[in-house]
Write a protein that binds this ligand. Sequence first.
Ligand code: DHE
Length: 530
Amino acid sequence: MTPEEFEIGKKIYFERCAGCHGVLRKGATGKNLEPHWSKKAADGSVQEGGMLKLGTARLDKIIALGTEGGMVNYDDILTKQEIDIMARYIQQTPPVPPEFSLADMQASWKLIVPVAERPKKQMNKVNLKNVFAVTLRDTGKLALIDGDTKEIWQILNTGYAVHISRMSLSGRYVYTVGRDGLVTLIDLWFEKPTTVASIRMGSDARSVDTSKFKGFEDKYLIGGGYWPPQYSIMEGDTLKPLKVISTRGMTVDGEYHPEPRVASIVASHIKPEWVVNVKETGQILLVDYSDIKNLRTTTIESAKFLHDGGWDASKRYFMVAANASHKIAAVDTKTGKLAALIDTKKIPHPGRGANFLHPKYGPVWATGHLGDAVVSLISTPSDKKEHAKFKQYNWKVVEELKMPGAGNLFVKTHPKSNHLWADMPMNPERENAEVNYVYDIRDLSKPPVRIDVAKDSGLPVTKALRRAVHQEYNEKGDEVWISLWGGKTDQSAIVIYDDKTLKLKKVITSPDMITPTGKFNVWNTQHDIY
Ligand code: DHE
């Protein structure tokens, strides 16, 4: 490869591939892509285990067309030339990015508006509880949308491809984390939302949360890194860096891993702890933040490769997908132990999941699957007397709802809703990727209703698939917002439905609405309602 091609390959790999395959290409949700098997030997020899080495022609096909194993097709995202560069790039030895220390964090830290200079009360009339933070993925921006008027209130620069937004317990601040490791702190009390601080945690990241336990409300922010593999603790209201902890170490199989990335993080409601899920090692850390100088961590063995997850209805158990092991791990945050490891269909991908009362099996938590055409319902424990009869089902997959194909990423419901929404944006067929299916949770034997989000948006059909992705309820729990995620030069939309009637309510679109993906309603995110 020429040095220019290598640089192009490096950039595309970071933006499109590293999330699944790892920076060092050791594999996680995606396959191992180290040269020992990606590079075809001149003598035609095979790799260990007898599998054929790939080589340029085969890699070209895989990248362009995707695979049955869950690799998406890139022929509508990358040009032919870029695909050819990638087919050659991943046969080279992976470059190792630099480490990122506490001093590096300190140097990147910008306290734009110190706490003393921020408003003492809310300076706008917006109903902050119903504001939505919407990722505009490929533009490196975040849209703050007033959920009552459905007007875009403000668009702010953030890190590249903000992955998630989380709220302070107070509901005043929005924290975003870009996949380039940039964290921004946005204050909703100004007349218009204003970024008051930012910091870089590394070069690749996906998760943040504040401290939520009584006495520590929003005192700290934790951020999880993909590269370097570490988590960082910052001051909640300024982002001043306080501590960095590496996650390098042993997997649940007892092997050393040089790149155990931090996947989902959530703050416990019942202890001064964060649940930190380490992807490659399959270890779940309970990090006690009551004394960060003498940090105590409980390490819970589960399964590889940990990814996303959410609370059960009682908010005692955190349910996290060990997606490449086709399992869900349930962590008991009260006892600090693994409560269950549940086998599921292929590649569970819950987002944060969805909790509801199943007519036959009682409280269940739902997850969709990237690799299978079902939504799995797992029975979860409840202390309520009237739920004692459901105990026999706890931690079992009690039902699998049929979907028309695989490729689901998110499911969602709300305590006030009778509906369970499921998307399938990673399905290669347009007729599936652009829609949602809605189940009636009072009668799950009824076929789900197909909602054609792309058609309802009223936007013209484009060459690139427009993926209908990620549902979020409004504060009242009577509307569902879905992103229509089009190509990076196409105008996209947020399509809003009345949850009761399933009728289209409103389309939010503008030339600024480019690649919307995750949406986070302040009230629901603040209170972990899903
Ligand atoms: Fe995500 C959550 C990682 C691709 C949209 N995603 C998460 C979480 C992790 C993660 C670890 C949990 C954070 C938490 O709760 O603390 N996501 C990854 C990847 O590694 C992966 C597979 C590849 C990558 O390169 O990033 C990936 N994710 C995507 C997308 O392509 C999506 C669809 C669009 C996008 O914006 O990039 C996407 N991920 C999301 C969203 C959430 C998320 C919207 C939050 C869901 C929620 O309701 O909380």
